[in-house]
Write a protein that binds this ligand. Structure first.
Ligand SMILES: N[C@@H](CCC(=O)N[C@@H](CS)C(=O)NCC(=O)O)C(=O)O
Length: 280
């Protein structure tokens, strides 16, 4: 259920659309892309994950999971990006980002759910292949984070991430395999194209654009999925990709990520294509 009772009751007084979001957060990107596709004005409340602004008591009174995004529309608080984008398409139906039939809607939900399910793999792979230089933590930093953040799952994840130079290889391989499986399915669906569900640009695009972009940043071989690769090039031309995703990325960030990926591959020999289905 997307709607939750805010711990911070002042949220109930807010008018209009408000988004608490992270610049690089894929879950925030999909909401910003949807807002852009709808041409909606919204108030930005940036939350820096590298600075642990999601671990403050103020933010955890907004999203009790301490994750971004959180969204308020006229005093009603919602969390979970997939629910927020489906809500936006219902509350602001023009232009529609869903098909007009029940069957189509069911299929759309399947694609949006798949992007949501893939979040934990995206998270592990992003932290492994991109975020290590972005968020360096001492053991004291990890303990301070654990003491302030109430989301045990996230704390355990950060502890494991920081406890070694690499996640266990079998965990990385499993995340790669599942992501590859999704990309194969998308590639097959896109044989008709130009969009995932055919002629219409839908929430399936908003849901998947951030995930594919993230894998592109880590040098995922998108050329192995020709339809998906062509779709990604089309999606990048979309104004909503620019205003909802690219413009929020810190200047030079993509190059820094690419530099780190190349350096790690050249040095320690660690690259996403060394794992699971990509190594086969
Ligand atoms: N299912 C949630 C997942 C939210 C989530 O995992 N957000 C990430 C960013 S995409 C986050 O806040 N991560 C905090 C961290 O990595 O410390 C959604 O889709 O909104």
């Amino acid at each position: 259920m997307p709607v939750i009772e805010p711990g911070d009751s002042s949220l109930k007084k807010l008018k209009g659309l408000h988004l608490w979001h992270g610049d690089l957060s894929s879950c925030s990107q999909r909401v910003r892309i949807t807002l852009a596709e709808k041409g909606l004005e919204w108030e930005s409340h940036p939350i820096s994950i590298p600075d642990n602004e999601h671990a403050t008591s103020e933010y955890q009174a907004i999203n009790p999971k301490g994750l971004v995004p959180a969204f308020v529309h006229d005093g009603v608080l919602m969390i979970e990006s997939k629910d927020i984008i489906l809500y936006l398409d219902t509350a602001f139906p023009a232009p529609p980002l869903r098909p007009g039939t029940e069957d189509g809607l069911e299929e759309l939900r399947k694609w949006v759910d798949a992007a949501d399910t893939g979040q934990s793999d995206l998270k592990l792979l992003s932290h492994e292949f991109l975020f290590r230089p972005r968020k360096k933590m001492t053991p004291q930093d990890v303990e301070a984070f654990a003491a302030s953040h109430q989301n045990k799952e996230l704390v355990d994840f950060i502890r494991e991430w920081q406890s070694a130079d690499m996640f266990p290889a079998d965990k990385i391989a499993a995340a790669v395999d599942r992501t590859h499986g999704c990309f194969m399915e998308l590639d097959a669906a896109l044989a008709a194209g130009p969009w995932i569900m055919g002629a219409q640009f839908t929430l399936a695009e908003a849901a998947w654009m951030p995930n594919v972009h993230r894998m592109w940043l880590m040098d995922w071989p998108l050329d192995r999925y020709p339809n998906l690769g062509a779709w990604f090039q089309r999606a990048r031309q979309r104004p909503s990709f620019v205003t909802g995703l690219a413009e929020w990325e810190p200047a030079g960030m993509a190059d820094r990520f690419r530099g780190y990926v190349a350096e790690r591959a050249g040095g320690a020999g660690i690259h996403v294509t060394n794992f699971g289905a990509l190594a086969a």
